[in-house]
Design a protein around this ligand. Structure first.
Ligand code: GLN
Length: 391
């Protein structure tokens, strides 16, 4: 008998700074403590049964084998039609639109496709937690530019001075996670002006595109698609999960000029190859219902206002929530704890989970602000508010 030695090689990590995401950590703590989970951003209500029906009908009709690599043609056409209608830009469904396994896959695939080792990529902090590890996996150099503390507005002098001959791309996210701010048309024009003399690519994370509030004050979603100088250099990323309350389906898309999409698809085909067929067919059918996304701002604005009215009775200080399904609050009148400890305390002692903004900064910058997600049933929001009333 040979004796077999079991030897698991010790890995040299590619991502030494990375642990489990804050969203998983807080959701786990929330469920262990029986807390109302306003941490991780996802709805706790069902999607439209018509959408489920459209998907199950595709399955029963036998649409269960690989779709074309770039996505089901009818879905790509529906996405292109929506861009033309809402943003006034014509994307070719064949060459410019690719369906992805959610926005997170779209973003890492863009980065792997365009970032060469040593290329610089600008991120605006606070930023979503996958961006930086994505750039590092591609061998890129992360260049962090802060959004203005307190207001989270872009500082274009800082952005302009961060651009060097090595800059490959800048990642922009509006409506913004975690701050719930929305870039104005003037912001987009300024970005367009700064990038004009460069070959810097724009990666525009627009997953909360249909959650922009206060239309009566003239606020709209300023997609990069509306600005020709940006659209020509942009990978625009969005997500059906956010718009249709199906974050677990993990389907999104990328819109980019044909030459950029061609490079994207080279990586995409060896990254996921394709995205599940019946969900794509179901979404293609369901997208004919324009009301579903046109009604979304009012749907979420009502929840925002309900939640804000309750929070206004506490000593938590409300920051603006212009878009997304997040509401940030300043905790400094309530607690002397840092953000991360406050969120743990709030979860275990008060029974409401939140996310510390420090998790969205490379250096853990703590400005005493935490994020709540209000994409919840009214009863969930009211249960959370009843607990938060102690503050
Ligand atoms: N985008 C959501 C959030 O910011 C969830 C992200 C995640 O769970 N990875 O909360």
């Amino acid at each position: 008998m040979n004796t077999v030695t079991e030897r698991t090689p010790v890995l040299h990590t590619k991502l030494p700074a990375v642990g489990t995401t804050i969203f998983t950590v807080m959701s786990t703590l929330a469920s262990e403590s029986g807390a109302v989970n306003l941490g991780q951003g996802f709805p706790d209500f069902e999607c439209d049964p018509q959408l489920v029906h459209a998907v199950t009908s595709a399955m029963t009709r036998g649409l269960n084998q690989y779709p074309p690599m770039a996505g089901v043609p009818a879905l790509r056409q529906a996405i292109a039609d929506k861009f033309l209608k809402l943003q006034g830009r014509a994307y070719d469904a064949n060459t410019d639109i690719t369906v992805t396994a959610g926005a997170t896959q779209a973003i890492i695939t863009v980065i792997l496709a365009v970032v060469h080792p040593g290329d610089e990529v600008i991120v605006l902090e606070p930023c979503f937690d996958s961006y930086v590890p994505n750039i590092e996996l591609a061998g890129g150099v992360v260049v962090r530019v802060p959004l203005t503390p307190g207001t989270f507005r872009p500082d274009f002098d800082k952005i302009a001075s961060a651009i060097t001959p090595r800059t490959r791309a800048i990642l922009v996210n509006s409506p913004h996670n975690p701050s719930a701010t929305v870039w104005t048309g003037a912001d987009m024009l300024k970005l367009q002006e700064i990038l004009a003399p460069t070959d810097v690519l724009l990666i525009s994370d627009e997953v909360y595109e249909h959650m922009v509030f206060d239309a009566d004050k003239g606020q709209i979603h300023q997609s990069a698609a509306r600005f020709p100088g940006l659209a020509a250099r942009a990978f625009i990323v969005s997500s059906f999960g956010k718009t249709y309350h199906v974050t677990g389906w993990k389907v999104g898309f990328v819109a980019a000029p044909a030459a950029l999409s061609a490079e994207f698809r080279k990586v995409h085909q060896f990254n996921v190859f394709t995205v599940n067929t019946p969900v794509q067919h179901g979404l293609a059918t369901y997208m004919a219902n324009e009301q579903a996304y046109l009604d979304l701002p009012a749907f979420y604005q009502r929840k925002r206002d309900l939640f804000r009215a309750g929070l206004a009775k506490t000593r938590l200080k409300l920051l603006p929530s212009e878009g997304s399904y997040f509401q940030c609050v300043d905790i400094s009148d309530v607690s002397a704890l840092g953000e991360a400890d406050f969120c743990k305390w709030l979860t275990t002692e008060i029974g409401v989970a939140a996310i510390p903004l420090s998790a969205f900064y490379g250096d853990g910058f703590d400005q005493r602000v935490v994020r709540f997600c209000f994409a919840k049933k009214d009863e969930t929001l009211n249960a959370a508010l009843a607990r938060l009333a102690k503050l």
